[in-house]
Write a protein that binds this ligand. Structure first.
Ligand code: SF4
Ligand code: SF4
Length: 196
């Protein structure tokens, strides 16, 4: 029987990743982190994260690329900005989370079948295609891609919401969709995020 190793050797760390994150706009001060833990203690969802914000910041700057990009932490971040407001070293922790999310999508390593990145991606695709989302369609696609059984348990409530006019079912779209797509594509190129 082999015992898995819980620490990485120096040679296994990804120094390119560590360099990359400190070069991303908003993440420049990451090396100044003093590991005080204020970001974690102020974070309302740190209890649900696999790594607390303090730990994730440290892992990112140390080059633990796989662990960081595959973590659920970056997707559980609600962008409340508490950590960024409270950080004594003025580190923009929320922006770091965004940068890591973009990188995880770009490298297609976000946690498979984890609800939040799937919802984010489908939301983006629908907005790019139509300029608006249709809640009922979005929910249907979301459930098909995450948990098929949920369609049966949620269908009653969904129908009630549609019947009472609280959820749309007709696809809506905006005029001049091409212009919106051009803006979104330009923004995605700049951030290095795939729109496919
Ligand atoms: S609050 Fe700032 S300095 Fe303290 S651990 Fe978090 S990121 Fe580092
Ligand atoms: S922005 Fe994200 S990481 Fe920071 S406190 Fe809010 S939820 Fe936590």
């Amino acid at each position: 029987m082999t015992t898995p190793k819980s620490m990485k050797y120096e040679s296994e760390r990804d120094h390119d990743f560590s360099e990359w994150i400190t070069g991303v706009v908003g993440s420049e001060r990451i090396r100044n982190c003093i590991q005080c833990g204020i970001c974690s203690s102020t974070c309302p969802v740190s209890h649900y994260m696999d790594y607390t914000p303090r730990r994730l910041i440290n892992m990112a700057r140390q080059g633990f690329k796989d662990e960081v990009l595959r973590s659920k932490t970056i997707w559980l971040c609600t962008s409340c900005y508490s950590c960024t407001t409270e950080c004594p070293k003025l580190i923009k922790v929320t922006d770091v989370m965004y940068a890591l999310k973009r990188k995880a999508i770009q490298e297609r390593v976000y946690p498979r079948r984890f609800a939040i990145p799937i919802l984010g991606k489908e939301f983006y695709k629908m907005v790019r295609a139509k300029g608006r989302i249709t809640e009922s369609r979005l929910m249907m696609i979301f459930m098909l891609k995450t948990n098929l059984l949920r369609i049966f348990t949620m269908s009653k409530m969904g129908l009630r919401l549609i019947r009472t006019g609280r959820m749309d079912y007709k696809p809506e779209s905006v005029k001049r969709i091409k212009e919106l797509q051009a803006v979104m594509d330009a923004s995605s190129d700049r951030k290095g995020v795939s729109t496919s």
